[in-house]
Design a protein around this ligand. Structure first.
Ligand code: JHZ
Ligand code: ZN
Length: 408
């Protein structure tokens, strides 16, 4: 399975395969269980430009549509995170600007734009998944349902003028035509504007073996090195980087038209750290592959042993990430009875691929299991704080990042 880098067109080939995978957020109604769509989840590293990417990705319309299952506002912690992200833009680049205009790509249910709306700042969300966009619109947040590209950038500029800030969180790494989006950003951004986006960070994924960040939607896992290369042909330079603890370790990137802003020394430091971590070397990815295999066998030994001992195990959080873990490791309803999730659209459905039932959170509380696999491990602080009663009742968490462990 050879191919070409989605960014620099160099020849690439996958360093491993996670096997046949379903749509990560494709929670199924029981009658849809037959005929499920699968593709091969195989990541590659481009030695030419440093971009970590999927060889194959399902068509965007298969993933983002009017039944999209992920609503950003389900986590309180993430609500606070996006409030502070919005405030940093309002107090930073937007300060003292006359009637500024902010565009967010992939604005989901309005978790971030709501703060611009509240302060009567001109804004526009671009969100292709119509059902989540509707939640934002109902709150008065201006949102259009479309995929962002060059053409849409021109339409937005013609209608609203250039953007002072373009924002994106957990979105850029989802868009296969990164050069197309970069061209759109270049056209829409004012000469003194900034483009700020954040996504799960490659360095964290490699050091924590959090391979579950790899699934259909995440066609790229970025680093400062690869982001810098990807945007350079579009006259945009990386001027700042800010590590984030969200989603198990993310990076916020600030880009601006060439020469318009000083480049923070943090950018050079981060590039140096990436070289020290070996993110530019193919051997690093072979080691990562070996770590994934080790994690898989330890997790399965743990689950098999609990099953043999007749323990009740459920999953906590029907995350997109869990689709990779469940299907790569071979977890079945015999290992995990059901997955508890607070998102109404996921409840009563089956998990993609393995068809583990997703049940409302009340069922977790009504009859605590012996063990809960923390599929939403990135929200561990928030969840473990609110689930003291589960642990007090003798319940234990099974975690797998950075290592498989049973914790209370
Ligand atoms: P969570 C999604 O990934 C998809 P996922 C997407 N591709 C992406 O990049 C990131 O988000 C941003 C539930 N839950 O945030 C809610 C509880 O049940 O890890 C969610 O279904 N109880 C756009 O899906 C899931 O867990 C709780 O207390 O991996 C969490 O999903 C909490 C906090 C969450 O993202
Ligand atoms: Zn490349």
């Amino acid at each position: 399975m050879n191919g070409h880098c989605r960014v620099c067109n160099a020849e690439i080939s996958p360093f491993m395969s996670f096997g046949r995978m379903p749509i990560a957020n494709g929670f199924l109604r029981p009658e849809e269980a037959e005929g499920e769509y699968f593709f091969e989840l195989a990541p590659a590293f481009c030695a030419g430009c440093g971009m970590f990417q999927l060889m194959e990705q399902p068509r965007p319309e298969k993933m983002f549509h009017e039944q999209y299952a992920f609503f950003s506002s389900t986590s309180r912690y993430m609500q606070r995170h996006f409030e502070s992200f919005a405030q940093s833009v309002i107090n930073g680049v937007l300060a003292q600007r006359d009637d500024p205009f902010v565009v967010e790509l992939g604005s989901n249910d309005g978790i971030m734009l709501r703060h611009f709306h509240e302060q009567s700042i001109r804004h526009l969300g671009v969100e292709p998944s119509a059902n989540v966009a509707e939640v934002a619109r109902k709150q008065g947040i201006s949102t259009i349902s479309a995929f962002f590209d060059r053409k849409l950038a021109d339409d937005i500029t013609a209608k609203h003028g250039g953007a002072d800030a373009i924002l994106a969180a957990n979105v850029m790494c989802h868009i296969p035509d990164l050069p197309g989006v970069a061209a759109g950003v270049q056209r829409l951004l004012k000469p003194d504007g900034v483009f700020v986006f954040e996504d799960p960070y490659l360095g964290d994924m490699i050091t924590k073996t959090s391979y579950d960040q790899i699934y259909d939607e995440h066609v790229f896992i970025f680093s400062a090195t690869s982001v810098r290369h990807a945007f350079a042909p579009f006259g945009l330079e990386l001027v700042d980087v800010m590590p984030q603890v969200t989603h198990g370790g993310s990076m916020r990137y600030v880009l601006a038209p060439n020469g318009s802003r000083p480049i923070s020394k943090k950018v050079h430091e981060q590039l140096g750290k990436e070289t020290a971590l070996g993110l530019d070397r193919p051997e690093t990815y072979l080691r990562f592959k070996a770590n994934c295999e080790k994690s898989r066998s330890t997790l399965m030994q743990t689950l098999e042993s609990l099953r043999t001992r007749g323990k009740r195990v459920v999953g906590y959080g029907a995350t997109s990430k869990s689709t990779t873990v469940i299907n790569y490791c071979g977890i079945t309803p015999a290992h995990v009875e059901f997955i508890s999730d607070t998102t109404p659209i996921k409840q009563g459905r089956l998990s993609p691929g393995a068809h583990i039932p997703v049940r409302p959170y009340d069922e977790f509380v009504a009859r605590y299991p012996d063990y809960a696999v923390l599929f939403a491990w990135n929200h561990a602080a928030e969840i473990r704080e609110k689930e003291n009663a589960f642990v007090a009742a003798g319940g234990r968490w099974i975690v797998y990042v950075p290592e498989v462990a049973i914790v209370s």
